[in-house]
Design a protein around this ligand. Sequence first.
Ligand SMILES: *Cc1c(COP(=O)(O)O)cnc(C)c1O
Length: 379
Amino acid sequence: MIPIAKPCLDETEADAAREAVLSGWISQGPQVAAFEREFAALVGAPHACAVSNCTTALHLALLALNVGPGDEVITASHSFIASANSIRYCGATPVFVDIDPATYNLDPECVADAITERTRAILAVHQMGMPCDLTSLLALANRHGIGLIEDAACAIGSQINIDGRWDLIGRPHGAMTCFSFHPRKVITTGEGGMLTTSDSDQDRKLRLWRQHAMDVPDTVRHGSPQVIFENYLFVGFNYRMTDMQAAIGRKQLGRLPDLIARRRALAARYSELLGNLEGLKLPHEPEWARSNWQSYCVRLPDRVDQRTVMQNLLDQGIATRRGIMCAHREAPYASNKQRHDLRQSELAQDHSILLPIYAQMVEDDQVRVAKALRSQLGY
Ligand SMILES: *Cc1c(COP(=O)(O)O)cnc(C)c1O
């Protein structure tokens, strides 16, 4: 069986988790602090704040921009439902706009058309690790005085060229960037998330929010020779990461360069194996973007049925997934009147499939996937 994805974990991560357990400090503590420092240094952000997952990261990022009831946040329907749900957590309304079918990312012209006086923020997704058109979206956000949050759940290690310089996603351009360490992403801590920002006041607020706005963290009280009484400054949350997760995350960060190099090689090989097939559209990497290839998504020819192709591949021991979901087609959003055309989003969901890609994937397996797909398409 060739799986769709596979986390890259071995004794290194197991030992790190074991050490954290035996240290006696297992909730948010020294490992979380070290993971944050290393993550911030890696992506080139002044601040990185670890949280329990990317959904909670998105929630806090939106709160940090004062998104609340009555506000609109423009985002893609064509994304994991967490993007839309985080907007609803704030009592705000997600305004879904269509994607550019070449990149599966927000079409800046559609975003421009959707801005109203109620728009508080743009939540821009780097879908499947492919950077979205941040340059255009930032220009729009700045022109209208609204905030931009990056949903970089899938985009750790992806790069974007802005103003002639290649930056890793997470180096602050908009207000905040949110990452996920779910096992389906390029590096994992089981569950986990990270927020990066250049604004130290915002970073301080995130750190309060994630532990019930307690003004003196337990790590500080634990190490103090004096008795300290803490206060709770406002209504916060428990969005903490554990030290076991952070210890695993630090080891995963060390693997990141190799994981990305391997994924880039696999993506390039898929493009060779599947190139020049009439009607099959391979992923497009704009010249200003370098994907981490969290997923490799192909658009099937219109003449074939997505489910049939997927089932036939599964029967041959090859797992695939359909194109990214559309939130507006799911129960929580189905009753929303959609203001904007979402045709490209729906076509992408219905006519694309994700092929297996993971760092340990061997050449033979990749050739098997490509052959099986070619034969499904009649080539
Ligand atoms: C995975 C994912 C999320 C949610 O991340 P969790 O860490 O599972 O909460 C959010 N947005 C996108 C685009 C994702 O792919």
